[in-house]
Design a protein around this ligand. Structure first.
Ligand SMILES: NC(=O)c1ccc[n+]([C@@H]2O[C@H](COP(=O)([O-])OP(=O)(O)OC[C@H]3O[C@@H](n4cnc5c(N)ncnc54)[C@H](OP(=O)(O)O)[C@@H]3O)[C@@H](O)[C@H]2O)c1
Length: 310
């Protein structure tokens, strides 16, 4: 099969579109013919070598965590997924992933693809939806009448987080710069242009902050929370000491919530018209270097999808 390998950590030139061995599913696994996958900042972080301390990767390594495709083969003991099933899932966080013509997934994580979405749009959902869900639903249990501030609301995680928050009936404040018009399209109640306005001068008393940036954005976020509120980060573990000093709570997003449960709920939301993935660019898998460069430019809107089956 064709796949994108890295043989070492480094810049985008370590990404090689080349021949690879097609994997065979082990017990409890399925082999998926990948129709579409996406690029996430996580892939860039792995490629650059930042994640090697957390995961025991070996080379050559195939990146990519999202997949929408068709089950090709099932491993021993798999009873509820069959060859020919049209599915979407997340795979490959800790081993070879989906930037390939075929990818392995845990059968228990595989869910029927939302019927109204093509593979390109279905692939856009898993990684970012699992992330936003863990933060806003599992950790914050966001509810109607609450207010959430979502930093980088126009990106992959952010644009799904906005829709989850609206679904829960919350008021949403989002930040962006060049993608500010997209926030209005998403239904954000208050859109802040971070290039012209300091969010901490205009926002106060929010119940939840979803920090997708870390650094000084996280530091300035503590004071916009109301007492008892919660700061969630995908990027930098928030300090418990600082949280206590502000009378608020904190959680780092990272370990995945139950994949099948969340992707099943996401598929229902898609069917009900409450969740719509936004795909701003579709590239062939062979253009992987360009995809990494786009994500590293840090101004993409929604998701960049890699199409594997034309
Ligand atoms: N811990 C985990 O499990 C986990 C899971 C998923 C993601 N993450 C991390 O979460 C972060 C976000 O992921 P993502 O996929 O959403 O990224 P992304 O799609 O690459 O985010 C792009 C967006 O960031 C916005 N942005 C850039 N600088 C900003 C700033 N200073 N203030 C507000 N918005 C800004 C841009 O808006 P404008 O173009 O309008 O400026 C753009 O729309 C990444 O660092 C990723 O690695 C962690």
């Amino acid at each position: 099969m064709k796949a994108v390998h890295i043989h070492d950590y480094g810049g985008i030139d370590v990404l090689k579109y080349e021949d690879a061995d097609r994997p065979a599913p082990g017990a409890g696994e399925v082999l998926i013919r990948v129709h579409a996958t996406t690029i996430n900042p996580f892939d860039c972080a792995v490629r650059a070598g930042y994640m090697g301390q957390y995961f025991n990767y070996t080379f050559p390594l195939i990146l990519g965590t999202d997949v929408s495709g068709v089950v090709e083969e099932t491993g021993e003991g798999v009873t509820d997924v069959s060859p020919g099933d049209i599915v979407y899932t997340r795979t490959g966080v800790y081993r070879d992933g989906a930037h390939a013509e075929y990818a392995l997934a845990i059968a228990a994580d595989v869910v029927a693809k939302p019927q109204s979405l093509d593979h390109i749009h279905a692939a856009a959902l898993p990684h970012v939806t699992l992330t936003a869900w863990q933060g806003l639903i599992e950790f914050a249990d966001l509810s109607a009448g609450q207010t959430v501030l979502i930093h980088a609301a126009a990106g992959g995680v952010g644009h799904v987080a906005v829709q989850l928050a609206k679904w829960r009936g919350a008021k949403v404040i989002g930040t962006a710069s060049i993608n500010l018009p997209f926030l209005k399209e998403l239904g954000v109640d208050e859109a802040i242009d971070y290039s012209t306005t300091a969010f901490d001068e205009v926002v106060k008393d929010v119940d939840v902050v979803l920090d997708l940036l870390g650094g000084e954005t996280q530091q300035r976020s503590w004071k916009v929370l109301k007492p008892g509120g919660i700061l969630l980060s995908t990027v930098q573990p928030p300090s418990q000491e600082v949280a206590s000093a502000h009378g608020v709570r904190q959680r780092m997003i990272g370990t995945s919530p139950p994949v099948r449960m969340v992707l099943t709920e996401a598929a229902k939301m898609v069917a009900d018209g409450q969740l719509k993935p936004h795909v701003s660019a579709v590239l062939p898998l062979a253009d992987i270097q360009k995809a990494h460069a786009m994500i590293e430019g840090r101004h993409t809107r929604g998701k960049i999808v890699l199409q594997v089956v034309q």
